[in-house]
Design a protein around this ligand. Structure first.
Ligand SMILES: Nc1nc2c(ncn2[C@@H]2O[C@H](COP(=O)(O)OP(=O)(O)OP(=O)(O)O)[C@@H](O)[C@H]2O)c(=O)[nH]1
Ligand SMILES: [Mg+2]
Length: 454
């Protein structure tokens, strides 16, 4: 049996009202002991009750409103009581202490949501979305979180799993009831298109999950280039503050400097880096190492070149490294004389943006290009139902690999009964995404779809 937990559910600090929450079998009993007002055992479920919280000597601690919500129609599926106190630190802490003195245990982080999951009220994806909703900073993040809380994201996985149940049922009927002559004999040729279809659906979800990650985590965007080209100047212009030091001395930036901007509701995590060059300076060379590592890990590289410098082999070599990633080439200092021909870059003109950070020109075009490159306008308008956390994306990738193996085995004429177990395992693995894998569920679902008792 679960013990009764309590916590302050609102943010720390000053506020007009704070909520102290208790959940568990004894929640009503414990709050009733420290509450003067109507008997909470006798009030109806889902009511708000006026009264006072008192200590053991009947000293009044605070004037409060107490919400009583009885199991099972609550967030945790247990009895839940919420005490609305005045929002100072002293009243909320004292109420919390009194709850603990009377039998509650302090909740672990996320424990209310964990109980909601363990008691079957929400699945794993929905539980994760509760956290995403709390973290949401942009409208698009909020929309994606509410769709996941409402189960739309879980449905993506549930649909895949029900497709698989059908495949497994087909196979099982053939194996277990060969005498049913009105059931199609499932052959490798019949099964391959079903598996290919499944593969395509998984691929589509994975492809779209890139959007989910962008909405949730933003686009990690690094500004890379040789020293003194104007990288830190660009960072400052985008952030509209003097965040990074700018001087005309090459090698000014030694460490990475970060800041966030939002473009049409999508967050760009901007990373200014040390200019890349061969150097004897120990500190600078560590900075250069960091720049190269940052470049590798970014979702987008803004590769900056100085219009007023010749295009050296060093720059060309660096550009070949950038080309493996999503990138744009920014040619800065266009207010000065040009010292190289754009054709020498040997890249698509579409990827080149001419800037003069000092004159604030080209920056809007840069933003437009980023919007285009990541389809940000589409992301903004679409109903955002995507897998977005690394846990579920990595499980789905694993499943895709195994579905590919199954498809290959079928094409190689592996007997169907030999791959049945593989398919069941993938089905189970998929279930770990939203935490719904049970063997009995498979059996129940299978027979509810196949009407064998005719
Ligand atoms: N003429 C001109 N000068 C610029 C422009 N943008 C930046 N600068 C100047 O170029 C110099 C170097 O700028 P930074 O932003 O420090 O360059 P950086 O790429 O961060 O340099 P490191 O940190 O050394 O790698 C400064 O004197 C800037 O004022 C521009 O568009 N035109
Ligand atoms: Mg710099």
């Amino acid at each position: 049996m679960n013990d009764t937990i309590c916590a302050i559910s609102t943010a720390g600090g000053l506020g007009a009202i704070a909520i102290v929450r208790a959940s568990g079998e004894d929640a009503i009993d414990i709050v009733n002991k420290i509450f003067e007002g109507p008997d909470l055992h006798k009030v109806k479920s889902h009511t708000i009750n006026y009264g006072h919280i008192v200590d053991e000597n009947k000293n009044v601690i605070d004037e409060v409103l107490v919400s009583v919500m009885k199991a099972p129609h609550t967030f945790t599926v247990e009895d839940v009581v919420e005490i609305n106190t005045h929002g100072g630190v002293a009243p909320t802490n004292r109420v919390l202490e009194l709850l603990m003195e009377n039998g509650c245990r302090m909740a672990e982080p996320g424990e209310f949501t964990k109980r909601a999951f363990l008691n079957g009220r929400i699945d794993l994806l929905e539980a994760e979305a509760v956290m995403d909703m709390i973290d949401a900073k942009t409208e698009t993040q909020r929309k994606m979180a509410i769709n996941q809380i409402d189960g739309k994201t879980s449905n993506l996985i549930n649909e895949l799993r029900s497709d698989m149940v059908q495949i497994i049922s087909n196979i099982n009927v053939n194996i277990d009831y060969p005498e049913y002559d009105d059931v199609d004999i499932i052959t490798n040729d019949l099964l391959i298109p079903k598996i290919t279809n499944l593969k395509e659906k998984i691929n589509k979800i994975l492809k779209e999950s890139e959007n989910g990650k962008i909405i949730k985590d933003g686009i990690n965007t690094s500004i890379i280039g040789r020293p003194n080209v104007g990288k830190s100047s660009l960072l400052n212009a985008l952030l509209q503050e003097d965040k990074a030091i700018v001087t005309d001395i090459a090698g000014t930036t030694r460490d990475i400097v970060e800041g966030q901007i939002s473009i049409n509701g999508i967050i760009l995590n901007m990373i200014d880096t040390a200019g890349i060059r061969e150097t004897e300076d120990k500190i600078e060379s560590i900075g250069v190492e960091k720049s190269l590592k940052t470049m590798e890990e970014s979702d987008l590289i803004l590769f900056m070149i100085n219009n007023n410098e010749e295009l050296t082999d060093d720059i060309k070599e660096l550009l070949t490294k950038v080309k493996n990633k999503k990138y744009l080439v920014l040619i800065n200092k266009n207010d000065l004389e040009s010292k190289f021909d754009r054709g020498e870059l040997m890249i698509d003109e579409d990827k080149i943006i001419n800037l003069s950070v000092i004159n604030n020109t080209g920056i809007d075009e840069l933003k437009e290009k980023i919007i285009e490159l990541f389809n940000i306008n589409v992301l903004e308008t679409k109903d955002p139902t995507y897998l977005s956390n690394s846990r579920s994306i990595s499980i789905l990738r694993k499943c895709l690999k195994r579905v590919n193996d199954v498809e290959k085995a079928l094409k190689d004429n592996m007997p169907i009964d030999m791959i049945e177990l593989d398919i069941k395992n993938i089905w189970e693995e998929l279930g770990t995404i939203n935490g719904t894998t049970y063997e009995e569920e498979l059996i129940d679902e299978m027979f509810s779809r196949f009407c064998l008792g005719k």
